[in-house]
Design a protein around this ligand. Structure first.
Ligand code: PEP
Ligand code: MG
Length: 579
C-alpha cells in the first residue's frame, strides 16, 4: 500500500498532448454489468423483443444527444465516431440476430444479448489487427450502453469536477461524454494512439496518457495527479515544487497557443480581395479567455441571458446589471460588441422565477415577446445597458422579432429611457445601433419594413431552421430532419440578404450555420460578409474563407439555389468541400 503523501512518477505513453492537474477518479463503468439470467415462456418472447427494441431506441436517443453536445463543443471527429455507433444500432448483429436468438434460446433479453456479444468478442479478440480491435471496442462500448438501458443501475456514477479519469480501457463514450468543464485528463492501462477514444480526447484538447497499470494507482483514488501528456507520464501526489513546475509549463503552453492565434491573419480577405468580418459569439466573461477569441475582430453576438443562469432574473437590480455589463464592455475594449437583450423562454426557459408553464414554449412567450410583456424587467436591462455602453462600440440586438410593431415598441421604450436620463442628467450612450435577429419566416417576409426601422440584421439560423421546418431544435429524435441547407432556408436567406443590400443595412449570420465550413462557400456566395461563431470554430471558418473567391462562390450559390431537394444540396456542398 502506497503512502498518501509520497510523490510517485509512473511512465506511460502519450496518447493526447497537454498538461493537466486534477484529482484521480477511477471509472467503474467499464466493468461488467451483472445481469440476471432466466428462462422465459414462448408467450413472453414478444414482450422481451419489445424491451430490447426500447433499449436500442433509448441508446439511439443517448447517442443523438451526445452528438448535439459534441457538435456544440466543436468536436467534429467525435461526432463522426458517435455516428458509427448510431449506424451499428442498425447492424443485423444488433437487431435481427439478437431478436432471433431470444426466440430460439427462450431466455431473458439481457442474458441473450450478453451471450451474442460475448461470442462476437471471442471471435474478434483472436484477430491481431488494429482495425478489428477498434471495432471490438466500439461494439463493447455500445453493448454496455444497451445493457445499461436493459438493466439500469440504481445510481449513476457522478464524475467530480476537475477529474483525471482512469479506466482500464477507455471507450469512445468515456471520452466523448467527458464534459470539458469537468474532466481535465485521461489515464488508461490499455489504449492506442489511433483508438477512437484517443481521437476524441485529442479533438477535445484533453491530455491522455496510456500504459499506466491499474494496480499502480488503484489504491490512491482522490489524490492529486499531474498528467504529463508531453513526456508521457503520470505524477501521483506531486510535491509543491513539481506542482509549481507544471503550472508554469501549463501557462507557457497557453501562451504559445495565444502566440499562434496572434500569428493568424488580422483580417479575413478572400482570394479576390473581399473583406470578411470574423466575429465571436460569446456567453460570458470567461469566453474572452478562450485561446481563439483573439482571432475575432468583433463580438457578433453576446447572449445576455446566460449571465443570469444562476441568478433570479427579476431580482437582479439595474445597478447589478450595470456593473456586470460594464465589466463585459471593458473586456471588449475597442471591439464592437452586439449585445442581445434577454432571449428567454422556449429552449431557454431556464429562469424559474420568470417563466410560467406554457403548453408550447417554443411558440410561446419567448424573447422580445416576453420582454414586451414584462416591461419593468426589460426597461431595467435597457437602462443598465445604455449606461454601461457609454463610450463603447456597443449595439443592441433584439431576438425573435416577428413583426415591425415590436421594433417600434422597443424604440419608443428606448426614447422614454433617454428622455428620463436627460431629465435626470444621467450619462448614457446616445447613439446605440439597433439590430434585429432574423429567426422566423415572418421576419424574412417583412424584412423590407423591418429594415426601415433598424440599423442591421443578424440571421439566427438555429431558430430560422426550427421555425421554418416546424421542428424542435432540441429534440434529438428529430436531428436527422434538421437541415440548415434545406431549399426553403436557402430561399429565405437569399431574400433577407437581398433586402439588407437594397437598404444598405449591415447583415451578419450568427447561427450555427456560420460555424460550419460545409456552408461557408454557399453563405459567402449568397452575399454574407460577416460571420459570427463560437471562438473554437473561428480558425476553421477563417481558413476556409481565405481560400475562397467570392465571385466563384456566387456562381456556386446560384447553382445550389436551383436544386430542389435538401439531399441534393447537401451532396453538392459535401462534394465541393472535398474537391
Ligand atoms: C439562432 O437562433 O441561430 C441564434 C443564434 O440564437 P440562439 O441559438 O441563441 O437561439
Ligand atoms: Mg435564436
Amino acid at each position: 500500500m502506497k503512502k498518501q503523501s509520497e510523490e510517485i512518477v509512473i511512465s506511460g505513453s502519450t496518447i493526447s498532448e497537454g498538461i493537466a492537474i486534477g484529482k484521480l477518479f477511477l471509472l467503474s463503468s467499464g466493468e461488467e454489468i451483472m445481469v440476471p439470467q432466466f428462462a422465459i415462456q414462448e408467450t413472453e418472447v414478444d414482450s422481451e423483443i419489445e424491451r430490447y427494441r426500447d433499449a436500442l431506441s433509448s441508446s439511439r436517443i443517448d447517442l443523438k444527444k451526445l452528438q448535439t453536445f459534441l457538435t456544440d463543443e466543436g468536436s467534429d471527429e467525435a461526432v463522426t465516431i458517435i455516428d458509427a455507433h448510431i449506424q451499428m444500432l442498425e447492424d443485423p448483429l444488433m437487431t435481427t440476430h439478437v431478436e432471433e436468438k431470444i426466440s430460439q434460446m427462450l431466455q431473458n433479453t439481457e442474458s441473450v444479448f450478453r451471450s451474442v456479444i460475448g461470442e462476437y468478442e471471442e471471435k474478434f479478440e483472436k484477430i491481431e489487427d488494429t482495425f478489428f480491435h477498434q471495432r471490438l471496442i466500439d461494439v463493447k462500448d455500445l453493448s454496455h450502453r444497451i445493457l445499461k438501458h436493459l438493466h439500469p443501475k440504481e445510481e449513476e456514477e457522478v464524475i467530480p469536477a476537475n477529474a483525471v479519469v482512469f479506466a482500464k480501457e477507455l471507450v469512445p463514450s468515456h471520452t466523448a461524454e467527458a464534459c470539458v468543464s469537468k474532466v481535465c485528463a485521461f489515464i488508461s492501462e490499455i489504449g492506442g494512439a489511433t483508438s477512437h477514444a484517443a481521437l476524441i480526447a485529442r479533438a477535445k484538447g484533453l491530455p491522455y496518457v496510456a500504459n499506466i497499470k491499474e494496480a499502480d494507482i488503484k489504491e490512491i483514488e482522490g489524490c492529486l495527479v499531474i498528467v504529463d501528456g508531453i513526456d508521457g507520464k503520470v505524477i501521483l501526489n506531486p510535491n509543491i515544487d513539481t506542482q509549481e513546475k507544471y503550472t508554469r509549463l501549463q501557462n507557457s503552453i497557453l501562451e504559445s497557443v495565444q502566440r499562434k492565434v496572434a500569428s493568424l491573419p488580422k483580417e479575413t480577405i478572400t482570394l479576390d480581395g473581399q473583406k470578411i468580418v470574423m466575429a465571436a459569439n460569446i456567453e460570458g466573461i470567461s469566453d474572452f479567455d478562450h485561446p481563439y477569441f483573439g482571432a475575432a475582430e468583433e463580438i457578433g453576438l453576446f447572449r445576455s441571458e446566460f449571465l443570469f443562469l444562476k441568478k433570479e432574473i427579476f431580482a437582479t437590480s439595474e445597478e447589478e446589471q450595470h456593473s456586470l455589463y460594464h465589466k463585459i464592455f471593458d473586456r471588449a475594449g475597442d471591439m464592437p460588441i452586439v449585445f442581445r437583450v434577454l432571449d428567454i423562454g422556449g429552449d431557454k426557459g431556464f429562469f424559474q422565477d420568470a417563466m410560467q408553464d406554457e403548453p408550447n414554449p417554443a411558440l410561446g412567450c419567448r424573447a422580445i415577446r416576453f420582454l414586451l410583456k414584462n416591461k419593468e424587467l426589460f426597461t431595467r436591462q435597457l437602462k443598465a445597458l445604455l449606461r454601461a455602453a457609454q463610450g463603447k462600440k456597443a449595439s443592441i440586438l433584439i431576438p425573435l422579432v416577428t413583426d415591425v410593431s415590436e421594433v417600434i415598441e422597443v424604440k419608443t421604450l428606448l426614447n422614454d429611457i433617454k428622455e428620463e436620463f436627460d431629465a435626470k442628467r444621467i450619462p448614457y450612450a446616445k447613439e446605440v445601433p439597433i439590430g434585429l435577429m432574423i429567426e422566423v419566416p415572418s421576419a424574412v417576409l417583412t424584412a423590407d419594413a423591418l429594415a426601415k426601422e433598424c440599423d442591421f440584421f443578424s440571421i439566427g439560423t438555429n431558430d430560422l431552421v426550427q421555425y421554418t421546418l416546424a421542428l424542435d431544435r432540441t429534440n434529438p429524435m428529430l436531428s436527422e430532419h434538421y437541415h440548415p441547407a434545406h431549399p426553403s432556408i436557402l430561399k429565405l436567406l437569399k431574400m433577407v440578404i437581398d433586402v439588407a443590400k437594397k437598404h444598405h443595412k449591415k447583415l451578419s449570420i450568427c447561427g450555427e450555420m456560420a460555424s460550419n465550413p460545409l456552408y461557408t462557400k454557399l453563405l459567402l456566395g449568397l452575399g454574407v460578409k460577416n460571420f459570427s461563431c463560437a471562438p473554437r470554430h473561428i480558425p476553421k471558418v477563417q481558413s476556409k474563407l481565405l481560400e475562397l473567391n467570392s465571385e466563384e462562390a456566387a456562381v456556386f450559390a446560384r447553382k445550389v439555389l436551383k436544386l430542389e431537394q435538401f439531399n441534393e444540396i447537401e451532396k453538392a456542398l459535401r462534394e465541393d468541400l472535398i474537391d
